[in-house]
Structures are given as structure tokens and as C-alpha cells.
Design a protein around this ligand. Structure first.
Ligand code: ADP
Ligand code: ZN
Length: 783
């Protein structure tokens, strides 16, 4: 302590001989030079994975970092020890040595500085130690039989001591308050007296305090079903592989009981004394999923990480995992970094989901990180989906992954009959009326809606487009005006807002810039047309269609009809609450974007309507068909999950598109095979691997030149690696937020070849991940 007071930079403490390499987190502006710096470890032992504060640069700016290596003088090389600064402070240990290795792989593979990679692995709440307190605990210094005649005690204190010694030994340590409660004392005064007398001693322990999380009991079903033969086969196959790395794909139709397979395997893993991670897309991470896992394994074994947690709750969940306070972590993308020790199984549910890919640095894919982590941990990884990604399907076909099938729904449930409605034909017969004429709900779907309402069934309606209208254009084709963002090459989306005087605004979905709704065409003064109806418009159409029904049957926005999209569901809590109300039958119909297509298991849903199946089909992205198949198939899978069959109506202008036709027929394999053939012919992923480099600049010529430099620099290594370099070419959306964007695509036979080209680019200093260059390895978004 004394020593500490006299510390200064001029007179460093004696060299402990222990050094630590620390990766500090730097912003992207500071460049990407990897900063792993060596510091002297102080009296506090630092270990790999520990969060520390170190002095950085000339000003000794206190900077957070993670210890990535601990060792002796070999870490400082020729630098005189006196020049090495000491670590300023040691905090919690949010990462394990195994995770540091994983970070090194991510940093290399996805081209992201190690410090930044590590920084993004640890939640901000953990770094800021939100809710962390030091708790003072007491425990007795003597046993029940020990004499205490050397201390002078009042009769009350003697009584307290007797009570304390009669408590079981494993009671201790507890807080003074708890100790008083345990011995039936109203105040802590007797405890304090025993402390002063030396019969109790104090110690400290760090704890994280947070409000306890609410659980919606409605979702937690206690009944444990008997697995079906198909489930048993899948469980046994994966269970056999516990203890070594193996990759499994569980391909099970919606409602086939995949979750039950996960739960049984989690139990097996815990029985082996190991821990496990289960990843779920953020949107599907409802109390429903979390509740099922907690109900089965015991809430104290499970930490749930989702965006609805407070900072303190998130820190507590992370700390529990790091300190062995729980052995299962369920969470979205970043839960793949949960600091559990001895991971015995990693599950990735809905593995096809695009939200597993992070769209900022490090641009990792949680499914692939899960595979890499399982490989390092020597444990199996289980990917599950009703509509596997073509990447995972391809891997299974090539026997890089075992394929486990659950071909049928459990119980008496059957896959719903899907009816494709050709909107080209329906439009001719559509009913007219103020909001009816939008072409959003054709007569077939309208009849089905009315029938469902009549029979008191619940309804899900999907329209994967937000806002009121996706495009505002001049009615005169000679004029051709289209209302667009001033900063992006993109149309503005009309959002209605009853609260605002202007009745709403138009917003760019890329840079979020807003404009006023134009009244007339600014070019020719003519009338404007609102095209591409979105969920806000659909709300009105549905109200209009049911307006003639008796009051209790009408769809009324905010009451019997609730819109679920990122505009109405601001927080995870809004979303969870809406789903809970829907599950209880308090809401008749949900209308929403892809948010409602995932993971919802509500038996009352008998009608699912897809208002427009074509929203994704026309995207300039080679995965457009795959996404359309997934969306239609997943939302259709929400119907008829109870005892009764469900109906699905899919409205489309392209009834013959294979993605739509085969989704209606529930024929994933035919779709996947046909799509794989198309991709192999090009070749595109998964028949090949890709990296995409986007150069952006306010000056279009500079952006194009930068991309051209990348393309040129890639050429020699690409030829050697049988890789193909395409570009520079403008991105599909050429300008976003006043920056012009040009890209280069590197396509190679396999990941090793892509890495070879990227390494050559890095060595030639032709790429760094900075504010002007985005390197995306295995890209998912191609815009
Ligand atoms: P998936 O994840 O494949 O869509 P779930 O795991 O949600 O399917 O299962 C659908 C429903 O079937 C759930 O309500 C689940 O409790 C129930 N279920 C699962 N397995 C069985 C089984 N073997 N017997 C009876 N019910 C089951
Ligand atoms: Zn914009």
C-alpha cells in the first residue's frame, strides 16, 4: 500500500519480471496497425483474457485492452525493462485463452485488427463493468466447539454467536445483512459486534447487481415430450460425437421438433459436465425460446443474452458465464463469444438466418465462427434449419457435415396447404374502394381472411416492406420524376405519421435522411403516384376490408390487428410483449415484415397470408431466390402448428418462379439442388468462395481508382490461386450518404485460395480495413 503511494513514472517499481502483451482497442480512424503492446504486469496477476487499462502513447492516455499473452522478459526483446510501462489497472476477465485464439483467427480470416476484434467480442456493459460491486461478506473465524472465553461479549452477542455456530458450515460466506436474517436478528448490530470481537471476519467478492429478468410463464410448458423415432435418431447421432469435433446439419421441417432435439442434447452435454452455447437469431430469441431452455435445464444453469437486457443484466449474464455461474448460454450472434469454459456443444438454430452475419467490423458470420470455435474446443456443432443455407446444404452433400433429417411435423400436425395466387389474374377482379384498390389484398385472400375471422382463427400476414409506399413517382410517364434521396442513389420511402402536421415524411432507408412529402411533381407540377405499398398501407387496407363486419370481428389497428416491424417494435420488449399477447389470443392478427416469419409457435394460427412474395425476388443479389424461398417457407411454417391444419395464401406476380412454387410444395431439396446447379455453373458461393472489397469516397473518381488499385494488386496472386477478380465496378447502390462506392469481387475455388489473395493484398498494403475500405469475406449483403 505504502509502496503504491510513491509510484511515479520516473521511479518504476522493481521489475516483477512478468510481462503481458495487451491488444488495445482503437477506432477505425486510427488505422489498422495492430497494436499489441507489451506492459509490465504488476502485483495483480494478469492472465490471458483479462481486461486491463494501460497507458498509451506519449500522454499515457488510459486505454482499455485485453491481455493476449503473459510471459517473462522474452516478451520485451531488446527493449530495456525500464522503458516498459506498467499496466495501470486490472479488471474482470471476460475472455478465456481459447477465445483469444478464436479472436486471432477471426482477425486473420475477416481482416480486422486484433484489438478491434477483441473489443467487439466483449459487450460494452462488461467493459464498463455496469452493475459491478464489491460485496463484503462475513464468515466465522472459529468453529462451534471452539472456546471463546478470551473475548468479552455481551449476552446478546453470545446469543448471536451461538446461533451462528449452529448454522451449517456451507452457509458461509454471506453478507452481514443475510447473516443477521439467518439468525433472526432485526439489525446487523450483533454481527458488527462479533466482527469487532474477531469472531467473524470480512472478505470481499465482486458481484454484478441487476434487476432480475421477467419471464412470461405462458410460454413455459413443463411437459417433456417423448421423442419421435426421427428425433431419437438425430439425438443419438449427435450424442455419439460429443467429445470430438463434428459438424451436423439438422434439416427438419417447421414444427418437426428441432428444439426438442437441442434440449435433449444440451442435457447430454451438461451430464458430461461440460457447457454449451445455443445461438438463435435475435428476432427469434423470444422469451418463448429462452423460457423453454430454462424450464428444461433450470434457470440457474442458463444465461440468456438478448438485446432487451439492461446493461447490468448483460454484464451479469456474461460474468456468470465467465465465472462458472451457469453452463449454458442462449443468445443471438455475439453469444458465440460467451466466455464459457469447456464447451461441449454449440447449436446454431435457424442457421440460414442473415442476422448471423455482422455488417460492421469484424464482419464475421456467427455460424462459421461457431464451427471454428467447436473445432478448437473439440466438440460437435449442430446447425439446424427448415430451410438450410445453401452453404450448409452444400457442405452436407459433400459430406463435410452429417445430415440429420426430421421430415415430418410431430404429432398429428401436417404441413399446411399452400395456395399460390397469381396477382396478375386477381388484379382484374379486385374490388374497388378507397383503400381496397391498392392491389395488396386480392379477392382470394380477402375471402380467406373473412372465413378465418368467422371461425375465430388467428392470422399472420407478411409484407416484407416497411412504411406506407416504397416509391413516389410522377404519374406522367413522359416526366419520369422519382422522389429520391439527395445523398444516396435510392428512392425515399413514405412513412405516414398521424401525429405530425405534414401527415408524415419520406425517409431514406440507407442514410436515414428525411424529406417532406411532395404534394405535386417538382419537375412538371403533375400528380404523384404512391407505389410499392408497405406495412403501413396494408394496415389501412385490412381495416377497410373488414369495416363492414360486426364490431367485434373488425380488424382494428392497435387492437385486434398489430403491426410488427422495426418502426413499431422499437425495443425487444415491445416485440416480446406483442408476441405474448398474440400467443394468449388477445390479438387476432399480426401484420409484419420478416420479423414475424421466425420462430413463432402459436397453435391458434390457422391462416398465413403473404401479401407480396416478390419483394426479395427482384433484388440484384445472387441469393434473391434463396431468400425468397426461405421467407415464404418460414412464414408458411407458422400455420397449423396445433391440432388443426392451416392454410397459407401466397400472392405473387411471378407464380412460376421456382423459389415460390417449390416453397409452396415444401420441396426444399428440389429447390436447393436446382439452385446449386445454377451457382456451380457460374460459379458462385457455395460452389466457390468470395470476398468483396468496397471502396468508398466522396469523389467518385477516387473511389473507382482505389478499387482499380485493389483489383490490379489482386491479379497476380489471383492467377496463382485460380481465383477470379471482377471489378472495379459500381456497387448496385452506387452512392450512399454522399459516398460513391466501387467494389471488387474475388471468387476462388475455396476459402484457402481467397485467403491467399487477401494475404497478398495485405502484404502489398493494397487493403486495410479503414473508413474508406470495407473488406467482406464470405459476404451476405451484395448491395
Ligand atoms: P421446430 O423447432 O422444428 O419448428 P419445435 O421444436 O418448436 O419445432 O416443435 C414444435 C412443437 O412440437 C412444440 O410445441 C414442441 O413442444 C412439440 N414437440 C416437439 N417434439 C415433440 C414430441 N416428440 N412429441 C410431442 N410434441 C413434441
Ligand atoms: Zn440516403
Amino acid at each position: 500500500m505504502q509502496d503504491h503511494l510513491f509510484h511515479s513514472h520516473r521511479a518504476p517499481p522493481p521489475d516483477s519480471g512478468v510481462y503481458a502483451r495487451v491488444a488495445v482497442e482503437r477506432g477505425i480512424e486510427q488505422g489498422t496497425k495492430d497494436a499489441a503492446l507489451t506492459y509490465r504486469a504488476g502485483d495483480d496477476p494478469s492472465s490471458v483474457g483479462q481486461l486491463v487499462e494501460v497507458p498509451l502513447g506519449r500522454g499515457n492516455t488510459p486505454t482499455r485492452g485485453i491481455v493476449i499473452e503473459v510471459g517473462g522478459p522474452e516478451l520485451i526483446g531488446n527493449v530495456p525493462p525500464s522503458r516498459i510501462k506498467p499496466i495501470a489497472a486490472v479488471h474482470s476477465r471476460p475472455l478465456t485463452p481459447e477465445l483469444i485464439e478464436l479472436a486471432e483467427w477471426i482477425s486473420r480470416y475477416y481482416i480486422c485488427p486484433l484489438g478491434m476484434t477483441l473489443g467487439s467480442m466483449v459487450p460494452a456493459a462488461v467493459k464498463q463493468a455496469v452493475g459491478r460491486r464489491t460485496e463484503v461478506l462475513v464468515s466465522p473465524t472459529r468453529g462451534p466447539g471452539d472456546a471463546i472465553d478470551d473475548v468479552r461479549l455481551s449476552p446478546t452477542a453470545v446469543r448471536a454467536w451461538t446461533a451462528i455456530t449452529s448454522l451449517p458450515r456451507d452457509t458461509w460466506p454471506v453478507t452481514a445483512r443475510d447473516a443477521a436474517d439467518l439468525i433472526g436478528e432485526k439489525t446487523v448490530a450483533p454481527i458488527n459486534r462479533l466482527l469487532r470481537a474477531g469472531l467473524l471476519a470480512e472478505g470481499t467478492r465482486p458481484v454484478v447487481r441487476a434487476r432480475s429478468e421477467a419471464h412470461d410463464a405462458i410460454f413455459e410448458s413443463a411437459a417433456v415430450p417423448t421423442p419421435t423415432p426421427a428425433q431419437i435418431a438425430a439425438i443419438e447421432r449427435v450424442a455419439q460425437s460429443l467429445g470430438s469435433f463434428e459438424r451436423h446439419l439438422l434439416f427438419g421441417v417447421t414444427g418437426s421438433g428441432k428444439t426438442e432435439v437441442y434440449l435433449r442434447l444440451l442435457e447430454h452435454t451438461l451430464d458430461r459436465g461440460q457447457s454449451a452455447i445455443m445461438l438463435v437469431p435475435e428476432i427469434a430469441l423470444t422469451p418463448q425460446t429462452a423460457g423453454r431452455v430454462q424450464a428444461r435445464l433450470g434457470a440457474d444453469q442458463v444465461a440468456v443474452l438478448h438485446s432487451g437486457l439492461t446493461a447490468a443484466q448483460r454484464n451479469r449474464a456474461w460474468s456468470r458465464a465467465a465465472e462458472g455461474g451457469c453452463r449454458v448460454v442462449v443468445g443471438a450472434r455475439s453469444a458465440v463469444f460467451a466466455p464459457l469454459n469447456d464447451v461441449g456443444l454449440i447449436i446454431v438454430d435457424e442457421e440460414h438466418d442473415a442476422s448471423y452475419k455482422q455488417d460492421q467490423l469484424p464482419r464475421y458470420h456467427a455460424r462459421d465462427v461457431a464451427i471454428a470455435r467447436a473445432h478448437r474446443a473439440g466438440c460437435p456443432v449442430l446447425l439446424g434449419s427448415a430451410t438450410p443455407s445453401l452453404e450448409s446444404w452444400h457442405a452436407a452433400r459433400q459430406q463435410r457435415s452429417t445430415l440429420l433429417r426430421l421430415p415430418d411435423r410431430v404429432g398429428h400436425a401436417t404441413l399446411p396447404a399452400v395456395r399460390i395466387v397469381d396477382m396478375n389474374a386477381e388484379r382484374a377482379t379486385r374490388a374497388n374502394g378507397p383503400d381496397r384498390g391498392s392491389g395488396l389484398v386480392g379477392p382470394t385472400l380477402e375471402r380467406a381472411l373473412r372465413a378465418a375471422i368467422d371461425n375465430d382463427h388467428q392470422i399472420l400476414l407478411l409484407l416484407n416492406r416497411r412504411g406506407f409506399a416504397g416509391r413516389i413517382v410522377c404519374a406522367s410517364s413522359a416526366c419520369g420524376y422519382a422522389h429520391a434521396c439527395d445523398h444516396c442513389d435510392a428512392g425515399l420511402v413514405l412513412h405516414r405519421d398521424a401525429m405530425s402536421r405534414a401527415g408524415g415524411y419520406t425517409r431514406c432507408h440507407h442514410c436515414r435522411a428525411e424529406q417532406r412529402i411532395p404534394k405535386v411533381c417538382p419537375d412538371c407540377g403533375g400528380t404523384l403516384r404512391w407505389l410499392g405499398p408497405g406495412t403501413q398501407r396494408a394496415e389501412r387496407v385490412l381495416e377497410a376490408i373488414t369495416a363492414d363486419l360486426p364490431e367485434h370481428q373488425r380488424l382494428v389497428v392497435g387492437e385486434s390487428l398489430v403491426r410488427v416491424d422495426s418502426d413499431t417494435m422499437r425495443t425487444a420488449r415491445d416485440y416480446f410483449e406483442t408476441l405474448a399477447r398474440f400467443a394468449k389470443g388477445e390479438i387476432r392478427a399480426l401484420l409484419g415484415t420478416q420479423m414475424i416469419a421466425k420462430g413463432l409457435d402459436v397453435a391458434g394460427v390457422r391462416l398465413v397470408g403473404v401479401l407480396n412474395a416478390d419483394t426479395a425476388l427482384s433484388m440484384p443479389d445472387f441469393r434473391a431466390a434463396e431468400r425468397t424461398y426461405q421467407l415464404v417457407s418460414q412464414v408458411a411454417g407458422r400455420a397449423g402448428r396445433g391440432q388443426h391444419p392451416g392454410t397459407v395464401i401466397v400472392q405473387t406476380l411471378e407464380p412460376d418462379a421456382p423459389a415460390i412454387r417449390l416453397a409452396a410444395e415444401h420441396d426444399f431439396e428440389r429447390f436447393a439442388e436446382a439452385e446449386l446447379r445454377l451457382r456451380s455453373a457460374v460459379p458462385l458461393p457455395p460452389a466457390a468462395r468470395m470476398a468483396r472489397i468496397v471502396c468508398r469516397d466522396q469523389d467518385p473518381a477516387a473511389a473507382e481508382q482505389a478499387a482499380a488499385r485493389v483489383a490490379r494488386a489482386a491479379q497476380p496472386a489471383a492467377s496463382a490461386a485460380h481465383a477470379v477478380v471482377v471489378g472495379p465496378m459500381p456497387c448496385p447502390i452506387e452512392r450512399i450518404a454522399d459516398h460513391y462506392r466501387f467494389c471488387v469481387e474475388i471468387t476462388a475455388p475455396g476459402p484457402a485460395e481467397v485467403q491467399r489473395v487477401l494475404r497478398a493484398l495485405r502484404d502489398a498494403r493494397a487493403i486495410t480495413s479503414d473508413a474508406k475500405t470495407a473488406v467482406d469475406v464470405d459476404p451476405i449483403a451484395m448491395m
